[in-house]
Design a protein around this ligand. Structure first.
Ligand SMILES: Cc1cc2nc3c(=O)[nH]c(=O)nc-3n(C[C@H](O)[C@H](O)[C@H](O)COP(=O)(O)OP(=O)(O)OC[C@H]3O[C@@H](n4cnc5c(N)ncnc54)[C@H](O)[C@@H]3O)c2cc1C
Length: 430
């Protein structure tokens, strides 16, 4: 069995070592020069890919839950969806959750993921009290907030060791529904104004029509909201549709993206409208279709996600959206989010500003376009998100992150740089 990431690119043969217990993990570390942890493969690029992979999904028990504090103690292979399946009906939800619930707790820590509420709650590491991790010599360490091991591991893309267990804080809810407001905007000015107007609400996310041009550049549907308070917590996850095979790569082209964008924008009412929606459709719309990544065809796809500081976000985004709409390379998924202050972790992605994420199928000319976008991101003081990346250059990466040397030194001093590596870490000289 070989494992691939969500982007289905690159594909290399790998040896998969299933994580079942600590003793055999120690043996695996001893017997292999180099390896990398793999959670549920929802990262898009090559951060969990190497010839030797420690597959952590089988290591997935709940260990303890404190109903008073909401602290859950679990193994790192537990999926966020498994937490929701067990705890929503008991009125607990994740403090920070990404756009899919099909990721492991270990993957959430290693990417220091963020959600639609970064401007309020920050990254996943904010709700992590402590975790245990097996480092290069097989020793199991406990990392607490403020420790160097904590700062290097949260956002550290598996490069400090294999996370084994974690204590994370959940939040109280009193409904499985979200009171959502949708704001339909006509251009980037309106989009930014709407984000700022609604930033007191917990959650916000915008879908941008990245092929819109001229006076409509940056038009969007902004969805904002908070949990309802109706006491309805009878949660049961629904069954899913499936994409049974890879679509032919011509199925997804400039025209199909234009048609989708037109329909999606058009079917939403003008101006401001209110809805009550289930948290599954608010947070995880794509999870309702199993294997949706296959619509991009057998060559796979990548997600390009960058963030720009607040002061340069508007100009930078305008520049980048112009470039994309001129290129004609469309993306169904173009998600704009607002971020609060960054944290102290060495490689966590968020900084205060705006981030845009775009999916592109792998095809001729794509990487050249993304290289051009990189130049604009660097020019406006931004950075690229490692958990989505499969091709950024070391030079671009280094211009975006200021604590790389601290991270590298920590890895070197603790013998991590030889033991834990991915294709990505080698490409980026980490
Ligand atoms: C539809 C979709 C929506 C998404 N939305 C968001 C979003 O809104 N915000 C966001 O931040 N991310 C988002 N992501 C990305 C996703 O949350 C991250 O890539 C996450 O890290 C994937 O977790 P995983 O368990 O699948 O880990 P993998 O993809 O298998 O691995 C990701 C990284 O974590 C490391 N890792 C995994 N487990 C361990 C462990 N036990 N110990 C040490 N290192 C480990 C790997 O080495 C690798 O570097 C989205 C992904 C998808 C597919």
């Amino acid at each position: 069995m070989s494992l691939i990431s969500w982007g289905m690119y690159p594909r290399i043969k790998n040896r998969v070592h299933k994580l079942t217990d600590e003793y055999s993990l120690k043996e695996t570390l001893k017997n292999n020069d180099e390896l990398i942890a793999f959670g549920n493969g929802r990262s898009y690029g090559d951060s969990a890919i190497n010839e030797n992979i420690v597959y952590t999904r089988p290591y997935n028990y709940f260990l303890d839950f404190d109903e008073n504090s909401g602290i859950l103690h679990c193994r790192a292979g537990v999926l966020l969806s498994e937490i929701l399946d067990s705890y929503v009906s008991r009125s607990w939800f994740l403090k920070v959750t990404p756009g899919t619930k099909l990721i492991t707790v270990g993957g959430a820590i290693a990417s220091d993921i963020h959600g639609k509420n970064h401007h309020i709650e920050g990254c996943f590491s904010e709700c992590v009290q402590e975790f245990t991790i097996m480092i290069a010599d097989g020793e199991i360490k406990t990392a607490k907030k403020g420790d160097e091991l904590f700062l290097a591991t949260c956002g550290g893309m598996g490069l400090t060791g294999v996370i084994l267990t974690a204590k994370i804080a959940l939040k109280k809810i009193n409904s499985q529904f979200i009171r959502q407001t949708t704001i339909k905007t006509k251009n980037l000015q309106e989009t930014f104004a709407a984000f700022e107007e609604y930033k007191h609400l917990s959650y916000s996310v915008a879908w941008i029509d990245c092929l819109a041009k001229d006076e409509n550049l940056g038009k969007c549907l902004l969805m904002v909201g908070d949990f309802a308070d109706d006491g309805d917590l009878k949660y049961k996850a629904k069954s899913k549709l499936n994409i049974p095979f890879n679509f032919p790569s011509f199925a997804l082209n400039n025209w199909s993206v234009k048609a989708f964008n037109w329909l999606y924008y058009w079917k939403s009412p003008e101006g401001v409208s209110k809805q009550k929606v289930h948290f599954d459709s608010f947070f995880y719309p794509l999870d309702s279709i199993r294997n949706w990544n296959r619509i991009y065809g057998k060559n796979g796809f990548t997600q390009y996600q960058f963030i720009l500081p607040k002061e340069s976000s508007f100009d930078g985004l305008e520049h980048i959206l112009q470039k994309i709409s001129q290129s004609g390379k469309g993306s169904f998924l173009a998600v704009l989010k607002l971020y609060g202050k960054g944290n102290e972790n060495y490689l966590s992605f968020p900084i205060e500003g705006y981030s845009l994420a775009l999916d592109f199928k792998i095809e001729d000319g794509l990487f050249e376009l993304l290289d051009q976008l990189d130049e604009i991101v660097v020019e406006y003081g931004g950075r690229i998100y490692l958990t989505k990346d499969v091709r950024v250059s070391q030079e671009t990466f280094e211009k975006g992150y200021s604590k790389i040397e601290t991270f590298k030194k920590y890895r070197k001093d603790n013998n991590m740089s030889e033991k834990f590596n991915s294709l990505q870490s080698k490409r980026l000289g980490l």
